[in-house]
Design a protein around this ligand. Structure first.
Ligand code: FAD
Length: 381
């Protein structure tokens, strides 16, 4: 397998690094002190990125994007996530929307790509997130419409979203195969954000959503009835790859800070970098980061080749998220008290990375899927 990164892609990623240095780094101190950006800053940053051409990078050209592919998307994510704001360039809708018909692409997909609108993605319910068959939000047909009732929880970016990509059951007896996807616009009667959910992550407050006799036209049903689970599976693979790439940037930044500090900090007459206890933490960290990088790039390369990569994405996300947890912890330890302080981003990364072992499939579910593929078991085993 050839992992060479084309020179033009390296040059592009270098310009993303310049954006991070120029636009994001000056905001880092206040971001860390305040545990987030003031309202409106993300939108302003997205606008600046857009003016510089950083927009809809991974969207296929037939949908009006730049069609840069999975490897480019991962490299860009890696570069941006060296900043703790976890900032992403805009204009990249959830790929599940590519499955829409022409009318849906005009009303939902294109406004994200062309006008900077936003959406959010709602699977998880108070009764569970891992098990699709546990979805209790119902969609019942009523003439040319559907009546939706239920609660979704932990929905990221719901406060910014112009519409929700909602998964509801249309046939409980069929479990995961009775799930259907709907696009529910903000302001639809019966749909509301009931409460924000504070989390241990900086600037990350998902919401609980309520649907009470919420009437959605059949024209807003995405895909076929009962096809929601299949639509979601492809979507989740795409998300897992990006999440795995985030960990690379986070770990690299923490290692860079720890290396600089280890060379400067002197105890008992020697820099701590000269102590084997510190060297081993750094050696393990950089080795694990490299291993994760190869897993991520391989999965992205397979995606760009149009080859199966679901299992590789499971492995990349599982390993990279656990790697990032270990690396942020070791680097924080090398910095001592300073690592724990809000003067530096390591503590922010240390808290943020915890979520990625939960969201988009927990580490346990990833292990289950990898083992199932290895053992040739069916989805019921
Ligand atoms: C900050 C944040 C943002 C989020 N954003 C979104 C979002 O935008 N949209 C969305 O839909 N959801 C979102 N989620 C929800 C997230 O996807 C779920 O938390 C996740 O899927 C796990 O579901 P759960 O929390 O219900 O845990 P559960 O599914 O109840 O699992 C609980 C524990 O049991 C383990 N477990 C469950 N089943 C098995 C099994 N068969 N074998 C072994 N172990 C098992 C799990 O690994 C986990 O450790 C977000 C969560 C957080 C914290």
């Amino acid at each position: 397998m050839d992992f060479a990164i084309p020179d033009e892609l390296k040059m592009f990623v270098a310009t993303v690094g310049q954006f991070r240095e120029k636009e994001l780094m000056p905001l880092e101190h206040d971001f860390l002190r305040n545990g987030g950006f003031p309202a409106g800053v993300r939108t302003e940053l997205e606008e600046r990125a857009r003016r510089q051409g950083f927009w809809a990078l991974d969207v296929p050209t037939e949908h009006g994007g730049q069609g840069m592919g999975a490897l480019a998307t991962c490299l860009v994510a890696e570069e941006l996530f060296k900043h703790p704001a976890m900032f992403e360039f805009g204009g990249s809708p959830e790929p599940v929307l590519y499955a829409g018909n022409e009318d849906q692409r005009t009303r939902f997909l294109h406004p994200i790509i062309k006008e900077g609108r936003h959406c959010c993605y709602a699977f998880t319910e108070p009764g569970g997130g891992s098990d699709f068959a546990a979805i209790r939000t119902t969609a019942v047909p009523d003439g040319e419409s559907w009546v939706i009732n239920g609660t979704k929880t932990f929905i990221s970016y719901a406060d910014r979203a112009d519409f929700v990509i909602l998964f509801a059951t249309t046939d409980r007896a069929r479990g995961a195969h009775g799930i259907t996807c709907f696009l529910v616009e903000k302001g639809t009667p019966g749909f509301s954000l009931s409460r924000p959910i504070p989390t241990m992550g900086d600037d990350w407050e998902p919401h609980e959503l309520l649907f009470a006799d919420c009437v959605v036209p059949d024209a807003n049903r995405l895909g076929e009835v009962g096809e929601g689970w299949q639509l979601a599976a492809g979507q989740l693979t795409h998300g897992r790859l990006k999440i795995a790439a985030f960990q690379l940037g986070i770990a690299q930044r923490c290692i860079d800070i720890a290396v600089d500090w280890a060379k400067q900090r002197v105890t008992w007459g020697k820099p701590i970098a000269a102590r084997q206890g510190v060297q081993w933490m750094l050696a393990d960290s950089v080795t694990e980061l490299d291993a994760a990088r190869l897993l991520v790039y391989r999965a992205a390369w397979l995606a760009d080749e149009g080859r199966p990569h679901e299992n590789e994405a499971f492995m990349a996300k599982l390993y990279a998220t656990e790697m990032a947890q270990r690396v942020t912890d070791r680097c924080l330890q090398i910095l001592g008290g300073l690592g724990y302080s809000r003067e530096l981003p390591i503590q922010s990364f240390y808290r943020q990375v915890r979520v990625w072992r939960i969201g988009h499939g927990t580490a346990e579910i990833h292990r289950w899927m990898i083992a199932r593929n290895l053992l040739g078991l069916s989805s019921r085993d």
